[in-house]
Design a protein around this ligand. Structure first.
Ligand SMILES: Cc1cc2nc3c(=O)[nH]c(=O)nc-3n(C[C@H](O)[C@H](O)[C@H](O)COP(=O)(O)OP(=O)(O)OC[C@H]3O[C@@H](n4cnc5c(N)ncnc54)[C@H](O)[C@@H]3O)c2cc1C
Length: 343
């Protein structure tokens, strides 16, 4: 089998890329190792500036024009006329994006894992039968997440990773909360993101600052102070790659977490995944494309990485920065969207 473009991974980055290629008349093949698209550990928060306005309203589980930010010294309530953040179910988002890609002409193979890359050929294996197959390509897109095989093939290391840890418990809450509490999370944060019938309670921190087991301990202790008993609940964790080292490598592209485009500061990665997927498609269609949108995303990414580095190395600076930013939000000097990845 031969395809003009093969995309490894049917996350938001791969599906956005496939849809845009299809819209411009290029049939891409997307290879996804899981049978279910979108079953990814995630808090499911999407921002107004980034995505809420681009997905159908019924895809949002809950929308929040009000955000609550709690630090060790302050409790701040921010309100805007439009929802600042909405929550989505990742399987529903994946299903919606897959339908869009297929309608545009893409082909999606689920239950097949890419095992290796030899020149212009991929070796793929059906997970259930272990049957192997070869597929050749003109262009290859690595949309295969934080442990990307395509990234490894290019010889790029993953030195800057965040840890995201999530508990999805049943319940019905109305308040979306961010807790910048250095006692539990150092320069990371804990979150409470209400969904339709469930609540995502979790935490994010750069891996260089705190190991996963310590984050889990802090998260359980912090949640306990708020009346949530997580010790017997099932935790799901994953690394979030923010070690950006390039996205265009001749005929190979990296997008989303595979390119290290998530925010090092907050772990937000759905928006950068979709934007970089669309930008890779534009660059495949027109190799002279100047990628202006990507440039803007990279500026935001650099800023978030620097902030994660600075606050991670100096605990005092971290506490001061957290309190000053929160005060700025409270006084309206800083808009919430300045902390988002949306350009
Ligand atoms: C706990 C947690 C909470 C988070 N919360 C948020 C949030 O609220 N908002 C937000 O914006 N971001 C959040 N993120 C980050 C976000 O989930 C990711 O940044 C986003 O999913 C990246 O999209 P992607 O398409 O690059 O990669 P992924 O969504 O990781 O998709 C990669 C796909 O590739 C497939 N794949 C991998 N290897 C292979 C292979 N060899 N062969 C075939 N298929 C393969 C995988 O199965 C997967 O489906 C969170 C992350 C974590 C861990």
């Amino acid at each position: 089998m031969h395809f003009h473009t093969v995309i490894v991974g049917a996350g938001p980055s791969g599906l956005a890329c496939a849809r845009m290629l299809g819209d411009r008349g290029i049939q891409a093949l997307v290879i996804e190792r899981h049978e279910t698209i979108g079953a990814k550990v995630c808090a499911g928060g999407i921002t107004w500036g980034g995505l809420i306005s681009r997905v159908p309203p019924d895809l949002a589980e809950k929308s929040f024009p009000v955000q609550h930010i709690i630090t060790r010294l302050q409790k701040v309530r921010i309100e805007e006329p439009t929802p600042i953040i909405a929550t989505v179910n990742r399987v529903k988002l994946g299903g919606y994006m897959a339908r869009q890609a297929i309608t545009a002409g893409a082909e999606i193979m689920t239950g097949w894992q890419v095992k290796g890359i030899k020149g212009q050929t991929l070796i793929i294996e059906e997970k259930e039968s272990r049957k192997k197959q070869e597929i050749s390509f003109d262009y290859l897109v690595g949309a295969d997440g934080s442990h990307s095989l395509v990234r490894r093939h290019l010889g790029l290391a993953n030195n800057k990773m965040g840890i995201g840890l999530n508990y999805q418990i049943s319940g019905d809450l109305q308040k979306m909360e961010w807790h910048l509490n250095s006692r539990f999370f150092r320069n990371g944060y804990g979150w409470i993101f209400p969904h339709k019938d469930t609540i995502s309670i979790g935490a994010y921190v750069p891996r260089s600052v705190m190991p996963a087991h310590q984050l889990k301990k802090g998260l359980i202790a912090w949640a306990g102070t708020l009346g949530f008993s997580l010790a017997r609940e099932q935790a799901r964790a994953e690394y979030i790659n923010y070690d950006y080292q390039g996205w265009r490598f001749d005929r190979i592209f990296l997008i989303g977490d595979a390119a290290g485009l998530a925010s090092g500061l907050t772990g937000e990665g759905i928006y950068p995944a979709i934007i970089s997927g669309e930008e890779a498609a534009r660059a495949i269609i027109d190799p002279a494309y100047s990628a202006v949108i990507m440039e803007g995303l990279l500026r935001k990414h650099r800023l978030h990485s620097h902030m994660a580095d600075w606050t991670g190395t100096n605990p005092i600076f971290n506490i001061i920065a957290g309190e000053v930013v929160t005060l700025g939000l409270r006084c309206g000097l800083i808009k919430f969207n300045k902390l988002e990845m949306a350009v």
